[in-house]
Design a protein around this ligand. Sequence first.
Ligand code: SF4
Ligand code: SF4
Length: 484
Amino acid sequence: MSLPAPSDRVLSTLNPDGSRFWIRPRLSPGRFLTRRRVVAWGLIALFVLLPRLRIGGRPAFLIDLVTREISIAGAVFRPSDGFLLMLLGLTVVLTVFFVTALWGRVWCGWACPQTVYLEHVFRPIERLWEGNPSAQRKLDAAKLPSWRRVGKWVSYAALAFAVGNVFLAYFVGTDRLERWVTSSPAEHPVGFGVVVFVSAAMFFDFTYFREQTCIVACPYGRLQSVMVDKQSLIIGYDTTRGEPRGKPAKKSLPVVGEPADAARRGDCVDCGACVTTCPTGIDIRGGLQMECIGCAQCIDACDHVMDKLERPRGLIRYTSEDELAGRPRHVWRARTLVYPVLLAVVGALFVWNLGNRTATEVWVLRPAGPTFFPLEHGKVAAQVRIKLENKTDISRTYRVELVEGDVGTLRTPMPSWTLAPGKSAELPLFVDAATTVFHHGQRVVHLRLSDDHGWQKTISVDLIGPDHSGDAPSGAAPTQEHKP
Ligand code: SF4
Ligand code: SF4
């Protein structure tokens, strides 16, 4: 049984038969395109330079997947900085909410790398090779790819490799990436595989997937409905002014039989320029749609038409749903006031915690194996395990002392431990103590940790030993690891 065919396209990028409708947007020069180009090329320059910039000897921005460190403006965050990273993530989320509540999808249209590279780098190259949208559609219809299309693919592959490498530099660092790219793949097959995979993903995205990334893959577009309200800045079509749409009325007498106001039209001449220029293929005259990435190309297209018709610009413009309905727009409202307050609180917490971050993180670990060993002369060696992490950018040499010298003697395999920046180590220690110091199999002692740069910390440790009360020796490990 065959299903009835839909009468029209249900998605801007889907034909009625379910095949992909390729968007071939017509470029619309105008004031917003010019400004977007300036912003885009500024961002591209920043995107390329940022992984190379150093602040305090560290990358200005690096999410190092290999060492599991994040460097931002000279500060380094490691997995043990979970709370700080959580605050940082919260700051980013609140900023996105705040910016979206104020300016809608300004990020998508003006600053998202997907839009910036597709609209300002890859599509211009496509136009150079294949010409305008009509010529591109002719190439689409050809059975075999023409030399023009092949030329475009080769250019895209080279660019995708370059963009993919810049992207990757944010996650593995420029030094490691240069090694991967310039040395034989056999020396680092995993690194080489990552470079090839990321470049191939870029090629696929900009050659084939394109606007689908914004429409079906990006979660931000789908979250729009909860982040914007009727006062948020959107790109909208003024229905009151534009409708009823139609070709410009002829300056002639009304046709006999037609209503007397047939000659009275809205400002929209139904030329379709706003639709053919849209990179996601939608008709903004249908109202705010999830597919709209806020690129303002329809504004430039319509302004051009209005200029030619000598009518005022702004039939499509930056506005809000309330403004389009004739109500005033209020920039400051509940959500645009709450977000900055929350941002200030989270930001202050972040700065305070960053400023009070300890140079060395210390954990007391569960003993491995038996918790104590019998020694001669009525003594035992009680096991203590400590983990230290050097959270600074300089090497540090650590020492440990037992505060309660009368309880026993601290035995260590080494007099001191040197940790490189960002490194951690477990210190296996023993406290040799008389069995009489344990009460019910336990004794709390204190260890003083210090380094060669003046850092000091005293921690308390539960020693597990024999039960001096006469019960059987416990010999059991504490139930869980704990942080002093
Ligand atoms: S570009 Fe302007 S005039 Fe042309 S169809 Fe779109 S809204 Fe109407
Ligand atoms: S409707 Fe206008 S602003 Fe939205 S994506 Fe299409 S051209 Fe860009």
